[in-house]
Design a binder for this molecule. Structure first.
Ligand SMILES: *[C@@H]1O[C@H](CO)[C@@H](O)[C@H](O)[C@H]1NC(C)=O
Length: 452
């Protein structure tokens, strides 16, 4: 029993160790080098430390091996939920110099002329990106004596800006939510504005970049008065701290909401959080998509005489976005040469037709090769591939019926009988009509010619 509980504890320990995500993030330290070049040197961030000593990294300069103290828990939480299947994040860091923001509308954040002493020390900016997160964190290295100065540099994450959804794909016309949260814990209380305790004022800015052009989409400074630029494109942001602690740490939500997204709103979105002398920034991507409707004509049947080519098939691919990445394939299913093959014939695509909502349509054409009687009952299909569709794409099909080959079924028999019956009736009626007309003519013939 004792052994069992020990095993259980071990197993539990393993599970937590595994699900706790990486403890060390490998990084590149980027610096200016001679001749205006950038030099990249290896670096690492130690996020968590098990019991015992700091894992030694003799391969790294201790100035570039950082033990990260994370008072807001944001980095820890992000890597605890980091999926093991996701690629390790790309990480870069550089030196950072606290400066007042250059944009006018956040001038109110730094009314005093000089940078407070609490911001003294060495600062680093760390940027990480991967398909599941994108973040930027400002780290301040502690000025107090370090436990093991020859081994590692202690640094505190003061401001972290993060998105858990760096790439958003949205259906054309739907509302988009661009996820953004941030966390702040000054290294000393005086580092914040010496006003009332509580969450400090901050600035939030969203910029949009598309086809090389950038513009301010939205700016907000909750807790500060001042002239704000008007929001564009109906953008709304949840610019607020989530908590109301007196001394921090504070976490905030800067998620952007964009109503009824249009293709022109695609591109990069840059979110910046402004705090006194500190600015954290992440970039997100918004991609707009619309999956095509697919239909095939003539529908439902294609008639052709054996040895002759069936009429041209037209595959309508309508209202999709973007226009890039669309492919139309032609298949013949259930034919004699196997259940599935490429359809033979000449195929081509029409020009694009543009719609008001930004989506496009086109048609794919196939002039099939002559068909044999053995192909009776096979189906022609057009299969459409587009980035908005699953890998198999979307298809539409029509059945090929070779003329004269649908053997008389029961329905056909009844049809024939009915037709014969009706025809007989028709002939009878015609015969009657003819005799009537003839009779009339003879009557009329007897009248004076002026009347006819
Ligand atoms: C931020 O606010 C939006 C809108 O209320 C919400 O959907 C989102 O979950 C919030 N994010 C966080 C991290 O709480």
């Amino acid at each position: 029993m004792k052994h069992l509980s020990l095993l259980l504890a071990l197993a539990l320990g393993l599970v937590t160790a595994v699900s706790a995500g990486p403890t060390v993030i490998e990084c590149w330290f980027v610096e200016d080098a001679d001749g205006g070049r950038l030099a990249k040197k290896p670096a690492a961030l130690l996020l968590r430390q098990g019991p015992g000593r700091i894992p030694p990294r003799p391969d790294l300069d201790p100035k570039r091996y950082l033990r990260v103290h994370d008072p807001t828990g944001t980095l820890q939480a992000a890597f605890r939920r980091y999926p093991r299947s996701a690629p390790t994040p790309h990480c870069e860091m550089s030196h950072y110099i606290p400066l007042p923001a250059s944009v006018n509308w956040v001038k109110g954040l730094t009314p005093e002329q000089s940078c407070p002493r609490a911001l003294d020390g060495t600062w680093f900016m760390v940027s990480m990106s991967s398909p599941v997160l994108s973040l930027s964190s400002l780290l301040q290295s502690q000025t107090e004596p370090q436990p093991d100065p020859g081994l590692i540099t202690m640094a505190t994450a003061v401001l972290t800006v993060i998105t858990h959804n760096p790439t958003t794909r949205i259906q054309l016309g739907q509302d988009a939510l661009l996820d953004l949260s941030f966390a702040y814990m000054p290294s000393t209380p005086e580092a914040t504005t010496p006003l009332a305790p509580g969450p400090p004022p901050f600035g939030l800015e969203w910029r949009h970049q598309h086809l090389g052009e950038g513009h301010l989409l939205l700016a907000a400074t909750p807790g500060l008065r001042g002239q704000m630029p008007a929001a564009q494109d109906g953008a709304v942001a949840f610019a607020a701290w989530d908590d109301d602690e007196s001394w921090g740490p504070w976490t905030g939500n800067g998620t952007l909401w964009l109503p009824a997204v249009k293709p022109s709103q695609e591109g990069a979105y840059q979110a910046t959080i402004y705090l006194p002398y500190l600015q954290g920034q992440v970039t997100l991507e918004l991609a707009v998509q619309k999956s095509p409707k697919v239909s095939l004509m003539p529908s439902p049947l294609v008639w052709a005489a054996p040895g002759e080519a069936p009429p041209e098939l037209v595959c309508l691919v309508s209202h999709f976005y973007p226009s890039e990445g669309l492919e139309v394939e032609w298949e013949l299913r259930g034919g004699p040469e196997g259940s599935f093959q490429k359809a033979k014939g000449q195929s081509w695509l029409s020009a694009l037709h543009h719609h008001l909502d930004g989506s496009v349509s086109l048609s794919g054409h196939l002039q099939p090769s002559p068909v044999t009687t053995a192909q009776h009952g096979a189906r022609y299909a057009c299969r459409v591939h587009h980035p908005s569709l699953p890998a198999l794409g979307r298809s539409a099909e029509v059945t090929l019926e070779v003329a004269g080959l649908s053997g008389p079924s029961l329905e056909d028999g009844i049809g024939l009988f009915l037709s014969a019956f009706l025809l007989l009736g028709l002939f009878k009626a015609l015969g009657w009509a003819e005799s009537t007309v003839r009779a009339l003519k003879t009557t009329l013939g007897k009248l004076p010619s002026s009347l006819t």
